[in-house]
Design a protein around this ligand. Structure first.
Ligand code: SAM
Length: 348
């Protein structure tokens, strides 16, 4: 339908999962398999046509293919050797970049894209023992089942401790000892998301069509009500997002926290960063926004400087320009995928 065509994403992003590249995590054999199906290499994702492939310049082992190319029927996909994950959604684990000595909490894990991506950094090759190095939290029991399934397919279920419940209540430094880093990707308005209808149509899943109800309310009034509703919703979401990051910040051994949303609204993005920086307790804990050099420096689209300028004026110890540079934004479609925001907090 027209609806689905309008929802057409420019790229479908797939990453090779080194945790399923036995015995040594070498991704070359999987890439060789992919090259059999995708024979033409293009220099830019905007040049993708069916049967071609783009090698991403920002995230290792990530590739773009044309959205009409069916990949879910491929053996590599079925065996978890490749995972479908939007490019921007790959930024958090890449920025956190945990190594073999790190212990990470993924605060809001399901369906598990960032959890398994994080695992691929901790284990440069498929893990051989059952050492827990990731604590994954997920509040929704149904979604937690999908998470369990995904980490099994991705080959890291014995190294991830899945906890079903509220991260702010269940996760404590006593339970999760030695935590060094966090992925905090909480529920958000999802205003940057598109393309679901299209991919659902490809996968022949049922699409939830919203019924067009009779317009009883005049247009202008409806627009006003919708704006009010959105503001109330964003206020609720941002205070929840703030609490999630603040709880992560309370862990004494943590050095790095990556916060992300798939929202285009400043309320859930730069404003959450501002509220955290202004919080006295957060200041005492010593958290700062990481500089651009630590967060995919070559990615051109950064945070909105005007949001920081509004709060941090002359005489403030914060430089709005530097704060904005420390954030990453991705625009829906224009930047090759969903709308996204990422920032990294660090401390010595
Ligand atoms: N990080 C996931 C990924 O990359 O696949 C996507 C996470 S999704 C944006 C947010 C998730 O947080 C939802 O599954 C939601 O149920 C969960 N959630 C919401 N509040 C939570 C809480 N207080 N504790 C743990 N999980 C929570």
């Amino acid at each position: 339908s027209e609806d689905i065509v309008n929802d057409l994403p420019p790229v479908r992003w797939i990453r090779i999962n080194p945790l399923k590249c036995h015995p040594d995590g070498n991704t070359e054999p999987v890439l060789a398999e992919l090259k059999k199906k995708f024979t033409q290499k293009v220099d830019n994702w905007s040049e993708l046509v069916p049967g071609s492939i783009y090698y991403d310049e920002y995230i290792p082992n990530l590739f773009g293919i044309h959205p009409t190319d069916k990949i879910t029927a491929h053996e590599l996909y079925k065996h978890g050797k490749i995972i479908i994950q939007d490019r921007a959604s790959c930024f958090p684990a890449h920025i956190l970049h945990p190594g073999s000595n790190d212990i990470v909490i993924d605060a809001c894990s399901a369906p598990g894209n960032k959890t398994t991506h994080t695992a691929s950094y901790i284990f440069s090759e498929p893990p051989k023992d059952k050492k827990i190095q990731i604590y994954a939290f997920e509040k929704d029991p149904e979604r937690a089942k999908i998470l369990q399934k995904m980490i099994k397919v991705a080959g890291c279920s014995s190294n991830i401790d899945v906890n079903v419940g509220d991260f702010t209540k269940l996760a404590t430094p006593e339970k999760c000892k030695g935590v060094t880093g966090f992925i905090v990707d909480p529920s958000c308005s999802g205003s940057g998301i598109f393309g679901r209808k299209f991919f659902d149509s490809l996968n022949r899943r049922k699409i939830d069509e919203k019924d067009d109800e009779d317009d009883a309310v005049p247009d202008e009034q409806e627009e006003f009500m919708a704006k009010e509703e959105l503001q109330t919703r964003l206020a609720k979401l941002s205070s929840f997002q703030f609490q999630m990051v603040k709880h992560a910040m309370s862990f004494p051994g943590a050095k790095k926290i990556v916060y992300s949303t798939c929202s285009i609204h400043a309320e859930e993005n730069e404003r959450v960063v501002i509220d955290l920086l202004l919080d006295k307790v957060v200041q005492e804990w010593g958290w700062k926004v990481a500089s651009r050099t630590e967060v995919v420096p070559s990615w051109p689209r950064r945070g909105k400087v005007e949001e920081f300028e509004e709060v941090f004026r002359d005489g403030s110890s914060h430089d709005p320009q530097q704060l904005a540079e420390g954030c990453i934004r991705a625009l829906p479609k224009e930047d090759g995928g969903i709308g996204f925001f990422t920032v990294c907090f660090v401390r010595e």
